[in-house]
Design a protein around this ligand. Sequence first.
Ligand code: SF4
Ligand code: SF4
Length: 184
Amino acid sequence: MKLKQSLFKTIIFSEILKGLQLTFKHLLKGKVITQQYPHQKPTLPDGYRGVIVHLRYDDGAEICVGCSLCEAACPSHCITVESAEREDFPQKRYAKRYILDVTKCVFCGFCVQACPVDALASSKEYEMATTDKRTLMMDKEAMLTLGDQYFPIRQKRPQYSEDRFSLFKQMKEVGFPLAKKGSS
Ligand code: SF4
Ligand code: SF4
């Protein structure tokens, strides 16, 4: 008897009919379940790791000191840092050239963790689809612009940095100790 029933169900495609019944039940209700992207944007969680951005201090100065630790920590080798000494502040360095290849990035956030001065952050930017891959080679300026957009509240520049800067200015006025020794 059971075999007959099962055979009958197979012949009339009962499983498919059940599935269609469920589909039409929800279809006729008219309730949209699928998120209507891009008209509806998803609400992303706070820990979301989108495109990596550069941050600035509250006075607008970029935080990055060009140490290349992010480049060393990146498992995808998608960061290139070329660092140089600041002309206005010897012994202080900055990233003269900073390139992030978004096509290689796996959004792991290791670079953010590795940065000793919190110059990087994961933004909630995910709409990077393009027909030109070259636009996905982001330079420092593009990353700073994105950072300004996603992180408008900036951290205060640390006082030690100001102190060092004023000490440097004073030293410049009175002369550096080594320079004095050499000249006498
Ligand atoms: S998020 Fe990961 S893969 Fe992307 S740049 Fe940072 S370290 Fe590299
Ligand atoms: S972003 Fe941070 S880790 Fe990377 S070069 Fe700049 S200061 Fe160093």
